[in-house]
Write a protein that binds this ligand. Structure first.
Ligand code: SF4
Length: 128
């Protein structure tokens, strides 16, 4: 099977043709540098994504706080990660980059805040 991918490692956006057999990459053309080859192999054999979402708050001025993982996580973990995120309730002021949940869904990545929420109303907790 041939998969068409666009390399996103740099603005050149090379069009890759990736030959896949039994879920493994066996050939790549169209890449202008080795990064494209690495990208194609990761995307086909073990795709990962940075997960962005929001979490609910309790007793804070903002009803939700935007969050993201601090590293890409396997696509296969996204559903489990979202289940964990839905259970979180933030009750303490946060700064950008504060860790909300360590090792989200066993992915090895942390869930961090991407917006500040400064009102001081209790302590940060999560309900899991
Ligand atoms: S293959 Fe290399 S040159 Fe092409 S988009 Fe990817 S990183 Fe850029």
């Amino acid at each position: 099977m041939i998969r068409k991918l666009t390399c996103i490692e740099c603005p050149a956006g090379c069009a890759l043709l990736v030959e896949v057999e039994s879920g493994k990459v066996v050939g790549i053309t169209g890449n202008n540098c080795p990064k494209g080859e690495k990208y194609a192999i990761t995307e086909v054999e073990s795709p990962v994504r940075v997960l962005t979402s929001t979490v609910l708050t309790e007793g804070l001025p903002l009803k939700t706080i935007p969050v993201r993982t601090d590293a890409p996580i396997p696509k296969a973990s996204l559903f489990k990660a979202m289940e964990e995120i839905r259970k979180i309730r933030i009750k303490k002021p946060l700064h950008v980059g504060n860790v909300i949940t360590k090792n989200l869904a066993g992915s090895g990545a942390n869930l961090i805040a991407t917006r500040e929420c400064l009102a001081d109303q209790g302590s940060a907790t999560q309900t899991i």
